[in-house]
Design a protein around this ligand. Structure first.
Ligand SMILES: [Mn+2]
Length: 464
């Protein structure tokens, strides 16, 4: 944990921002895998972790914005828990670690909710994303399950997003630690990525590498020679010379902050000419998108810079045609680059996505587009110092999408469908860095993880 005073300051700032009513902030509970006692690996809620710092399951924070009173509520674990699971810190002990004076039982919390609701005071809560979380809100506030999502407090969501978006020095140091472990993992991966190796074996080795260093994955790793499937979680292929292996992975720091890195590797340590052509376009898009980042710059502009590089590069290769800027304005590049440039990174890998993407990445000034591709941009608004973003352009050849567009002759003034035929078996390339917005510009936190073709090939024991 950070110092207790830091969590106390965050809670004070939250209460000052919400001003009236009470805040009910539940942490996550254990969720049964196939029966209650056999639970999935526990993952604490990001907002609970941010405001309480406690990684134990089954607790709730209660904050009274008007009186400033704070309570930590949790289960009273008895001798049985000690016998089966070992001794756990007591509730008052946990509260003290977090700088909270009052430790309550869950029954006390139910009474507090009731007392607040009776005279009509607002009880603010965030949208829950697990069934257990929905039921907890129902039980505490007497709500019906299908009203819980709509009843979540936008005021609280906005206040939490405003606080969690700007990372303090301590938080950035945590992200640096996660990135440093990812760097070690990618070095290990590049050396191990040889023809004849099964994806599952590589995945197992990388997971083991992470676990053996006391960390765990921030999200299920994408490790696939079928990189054109954007979130491909299967690992059922075997690598051959000449394949491209796309690996998108992140680990957590000691206090739960994530890294999120993608590299695309030539199996056998050498790019073919065709692979290098596409790889270098993605690399230029990454450089261009990153170079624009700084305080006050709308992230959607970084997205457009990267997308224009993709369109320019593919036009030079003969796969697109016409004016690249106009092609991007019409959304033609999205046939190859159908997702956004990046997202916020923090305690959650898509930071605060559970609170609603539009609250995190959009505001009064920037509204989400409905255009294919641009509609998947998770973040458009202006950057501020302390924001940590991923920058992750890609070029993919998705046969089903190409087939559909081709049949409709969609945007054919910008797309050379005949030339694409030779690329239908190409797969996909994505390259992703983690970037901190600073007072005067930006810092690429993952700059130490090789991505230039010659450096990647050298790490893989090959040559460009
Ligand atoms: Mn990402």
């Amino acid at each position: 944990m950070f110092e207790a005073s830091l969590y106390a300051a965050r809670r004070r700032a939250l209460m000052e921002s919400v001003k009236t009513g009470c805040i009910l902030l539940p942490g996550n509970d254990l969720v049964g895998m196939n029966y209650h006692a056999n639970a999935f690996d526990f993952r604490q809620d990001g907002s609970f972790l941010y405001f309480a710092g406690l990684d134990e399951p089954g607790h709730c924070l209660w904050l009274d914005c008007e009186s400033g009173e704070e309570m930590l509520c949790g289960p009273s674990l008895g001798l049985d828990h000690t016998i089966w699971s070992g001794a756990a810190p007591s509730l008052p002990e946990l509260a003290a670690r977090s700088g909270i004076e009052n430790a309550w039982t869950m029954a006390d919390l139910a009474a507090a909710c009731h007392d607040a609701q009776r005279p009509g005071r607002a009880v603010h809560y965030l949208p829950p994303y697990q069934g257990e979380g929905v039921l907890r809100i129902c039980r505490l506030l007497g709500a019906a399950p299908d009203t819980v999502e709509a009843g979540a407090s936008q005021k609280l969501v906005r206040a939490v997003v405003a606080l969690r978006s700007v990372k303090s020095g301590e938080e950035v140091d945590e992200i640096r630690q996660a990135v440093a472990l990812s760097a070690q993992m990618y070095a290990e991966l590049m050396a191990a990525c040889t023809p004849g190796v099964a994806e599952m074996e590589l995945y197992g080795r990388m997971q083991g590498f992470i676990l053996a260093r006391g960390s765990r994955e921030a999200f299920p790793m994408i490790l696939s020679r079928r990189g054109e499937v954007l979130h491909n979680h299967s690992h059922d292929q075997t690598l051959s010379e000449g394949d491209l292996l796309l690996v998108d992975s992140g680990v957590v720091s000691p206090l739960g902050y994530a890294s999120d890195i993608t590299r695309t590797l030539p199996v056998g340590g050498r790019f073919t000419r065709r692979q290098l052509d596409i790889y270098e376009i993605v690399l230029r898009a990454l450089a261009e998108g990153t170079s624009r980042m700084g305080p006050g710059v709308p992230f959607v502009e970084c997205h457009f810079s990267a997308a224009t590089q993709v369109a320019q590069g593919l036009t030079d290769l003969g796969l697109m045609r016409g004016d690249p800027a106009e092609a991007v304005a019409q959304g033609a590049h999205a046939l190859f680059f159908p997702h956004g440039l990046g997202h916020m990174l923090g305690l959650d890998v898509h930071d605060m996505e559970a609170l609603g993407e539009d609250f995190v990445g959009y505001d009064e000034e920037f509204r989400r587009s409905t255009q294919f591709g641009l509609s998947s941009l998770r973040m458009a608004r202006r950057l501020q110092p302390g924001f940590v973003m991923t920058v992750e352009p890609g070029i993919y050849f998705i046969p089903a999408l190409i087939g559909q567009w081709r049949e409709a002759r969609r945007l054919e003034e910008f797309i050379n469908y005949e030339a694409i035929d030779a690329y239908l078996d190409f797969g996909g390339i994505r390259i992703e860095d983690d970037v901190l917005v600073t007072e005067h510009g930006h810092e690429v936190l993952s700059a130490g993880i090789p991505k230039e073709p010659a450096a990647v090939c050298a790490c893989m024991g090959g040559e460009k």
